[in-house]
Design a protein around this ligand. Structure first.
Ligand SMILES: CC(C)(COP(=O)(O)OP(=O)(O)OC[C@H]1O[C@@H](n2cnc3c(N)ncnc32)[C@H](O)[C@@H]1OP(=O)(O)O)[C@@H](O)C(=O)NCCC(=O)NCCS
Length: 174
């Protein structure tokens, strides 16, 4: 599924396609993250490295954004952020998130808030500008998400990030 990173290797981040599905699902299962609703995600990206002597490139990470609601009620849910263990700590996870956020900023929902639920990486998402909020303070539109409604346990922490602000500057205190 994954390879040891050669010194200085930098995966390419690109939109996921059908051929990435199995690899991405494997990474998520290995990390204990839910796959529920992933096929309906608005955008999914993967981090890919050349496979060396093998024919196909290797997926070493992924992340997805769900889009819910419409108009001024539109909200985005960041989910399924995962990096294969050998590639962790190389900036790949941050690049995946940035790629999704930059892509969303240039679409029809540039001002939509971005939220997430996590049990394991609250401090890491905090570095990316997300702040902890009460679960009931998540945007109402996200109640349509399978992740929010049922896939993530009640113990998962809710986090929210304002768009195009660099993070916490315009967010209320947790
Ligand atoms: C969380 C995750 C995506 C980070 O990916 P990554 O590519 O290692 O992240 P980056 O390389 O951009 O950042 C690495 C830094 O974040 C820190 N970090 C990594 N995971 C962390 C976590 N769960 N909590 C707090 N800090 C974390 C590392 O210690 C490192 O710190 P340093 O820069 O001071 O050395 C990856 O660890 C992972 O796949 N974890 C399992 C799945 C998961 O928990 N996903 C999030 C829930 S949706």
């Amino acid at each position: 599924m994954s390879t040891q990173p050669p010194a200085g290797a930098r995966p390419t981040v690109r939109a996921a396609d059908e051929t990435d599905r199995t690899a991405l699902a494997g990474l998520l299962r290995s990390a204990g993250l839910p796959l529920d609703g992933l096929d309906e995600a608005w955008r999914t990206v993967v981090a890919v490295v050349p496979a060396g002597t093998a024919a196909a490139p290797v997926v070493v990470g992924g992340a997805a954004l769900e889009r819910h609601g419409c108009g001024s009620d539109t909200a985005l849910l960041l989910r399924s952020v995962v990096v294969a263990p050998p590639w962790r700590g190389t900036g790949t996870g941050a690049r995946l998130v940035r790629h999704l956020l930059d892509g969303a900023a240039s679409t029809a929902a540039p001002q939509a808030p971005v939220a997430l639920l996590t049990e394991t990486a609250g401090d890491w998402f905090g570095r990316l500008g997300f702040r902890v909020v009460a679960r009931e303070d998540l945007p109402t539109a996200l109640s349509a998400s399978v992740q929010v409604a049922s896939a993530c346990p009640a113990s998962a922490v809710a986090m929210l990030r304002a768009r195009d602000t660099g993070g916490a500057a315009t967010l209320p205190s947790p």
